[in-house]
Ligand binder design. Structure first.
Ligand SMILES: *Cc1c(COP(=O)(O)O)cnc(C)c1O
Length: 468
């Protein structure tokens, strides 16, 4: 048995407690959870399950986590379906042709949502998340740029590719640049402009730009970048003889919000300059982690040499991925959500999140202590900072105070040029109801009041009082 070492007998034999169940800590005492090396002996499955579950209680409640964009609630039927499919290997198209077919349907549905020219011939795939999707899209941009340079007789030994993006990009783009030897050309924030705009993009591109990344929905404040304006400005640049640079839209969050809530906003394949788009199925696609999607405008936008053909029921199935084996559960769960909700279901779920976000933002904005950076009317996400009148505490103190009450609300500073700006950000997801938002707001007001009181009494206690 895997007993604590040190003595041959456990000091507290489990059967001494007549009420001992498997969940009893007394039983736990008798079995050591391995920390750095395997235990010698097996334990019964119920014990393993109970003890690991208990240890995971320390993770806190995902539902009270207002920091993450990732889905924290799914229906029991979806959960069941996911565990039913955990043994299906996504890559094994031959053994699991129906899972492959479901992935294909999902790609088609997403391509249709994003107005791909021919969704019935959609070019795209599932990934483990947006990060992998961005790597694939970035590689395609790089290969296409290389092909262009070669065709023009350029020398790839002297030309160094770059990728243009705002300082608000998610870290996966910096990762892409480092892993694939592309120079990141980061357009900094400026004043009250917290994301990339058309002027910034046009000023940064040159003949070595493999693409411009536009983000539909910035993680810093939930704002949409003006994709159509960026694309139009690049169209103009190309028409006047300047570099002809494609756009990739990082729609990790917004790719599943805008099609339902902002159908008239043109940010997708309706813009001819947009060559590829990614999204995270596990964010507003409403699936548990890890699934992402990437779709190219058409076959020509995905260079052939990146595609591997695997044998699939005697036919050929093209695949493009960084990893090989991965469970089918998340892709099946994505299809479940698509089927279960339909278009109007998605509209309702996303609208509910946006309503909660906008209401909560409005209430917070009315408190004299705060100034809103965004209102939650694009992604259901908003950021706010303290007003000038607040000097005795800051967003970091408030974040810690809310944490004491179980709520996770991240506080952080903005990137270069606006490092002076520190904000709190709230991500409203499906499952964060109006009711929970009300409870949250009451807690927030209570925390602000106590911080105000403490800072006034500290200030009154003399010159060494609380300093910002
Ligand atoms: C979350 C996010 C990513 C990374 O997505 P994962 O699915 O977590 O890999 C990339 N870009 C943006 C804009 C994001 O919000």
């Amino acid at each position: 048995m895997a007993l604590h070492t040190g003595s041959s007998e456990p000091t507290h034999p489990p059967h001494t407690n007549p009420m001992a169940t498997l969940a009893s800590p007394a039983v736990g005492d008798a079995f050591a959870l391995p920390e750095i090396s395997l235990n010698e002996d097996p334990v019964p499955p119920d014990i393993a399950y109970q003890l690991i579950r208990e240890e995971l209680l320390l993770d806190g409640s995902a539902r009270l986590n207002l920091a993450t964009f990732v889905t924290t609630w799914m229906e029991p039927q979806a959960k069941q379906l996911m565990s039913d499919c955990a043994d299906k290997n996504m890559i094994d198209k031959d053994e699991y042709p129906q899972t492959a077919e479901i992935e294909r349907r999902c790609v088609g549905i997403i391509a249709d949502l994003w107005h791909a020219p021919s969704p019935d011939d959609a070019t795209g795939c599932s990934t483990t998340g947006s990060s992998e999707a961005c790597m694939l899209a970035g590689m395609a941009l790089k290969r296409r740029w290389e092909a262009k340079v070669r065709a023009e007789g350029g020398d790839l030994n002297v030309r160094k590719p770059n990728l243009v993006m705002g300082a608000n990009v998610q870290v996966c783009w910096e990762k892409f640049c480092r892993y694939w030897d592309v120079e990141p050309k980061i357009v900094p924030m400026e004043g009250e402009r917290f994301h990339l705009d058309a002027d910034g993009a046009v000023a940064a591109v040159d003949e070595n730009s493999i693409g411009v990344v536009a983000i539909l929905g910035s993680t810093f404040d939930g704002s949409y970048e003006p994709v159509a304006e960026i694309a139009a400005a690049l169209d103009k640049l190309a028409a006047s003889g300047g570099p002809d640079v494609p756009v990739h839209v990082d729609g990790a969050s917004g790719g599943m919000i805008a099609p339902f809530l902002d159908p008239d906003l043109e940010w997708d394949f309706r813009l001819p300059r947009v060559s590829s788009i990614n999204t995270s199925g596990h964010k507003y696609g409403l699936v548990y982690p890890g699934v992402g999607w990437v779709v190219w405008r058409d076959k020509d936008h995905l260079p052939d040499e990146l595609v591997f053909n695997v044998n699939y029921l005697g036919g050929n199935m093209p695949t493009f991925a960084l990893n090989f084996s991965r469970p089918g559960s998340e892709v099946i769960a994505q299809y479940y959500c698509f089927f279960r909700l339909g278009r109007s279901g998605y509209v309702d779920v996303q609208q509910a999140s946006r309503n909660v976000a906008m209401n909560l933002a409005e209430q917070i904005g009315e408190l004299p202590e705060f100034r809103l950076i965004t209102k939650g009317d694009q992604l259901p996400v908003f950021a706010f900072t303290t007003s000038e009148s607040v000097t005795g505490w800051d967003v970091f103190a408030l974040s810690r105070r809310m944490r004491e009450r179980g709520w996770q609300v991240p506080a952080y500073t903005f990137p270069e040029h606006r490092e002076d700006l520190a904000v709190l950000r709230i991500v409203v997801r499906n499952g964060f109801s109006q009711d929970m938002a009300h409870l949250f707001f009451q807690e927030l007001k209570g925390a602000v009041q106590s911080l105000n009181e403490e800072s006034t009494s500290a200030a009154m206690s003399g010159p060494s009082g609380f300093r910002h």
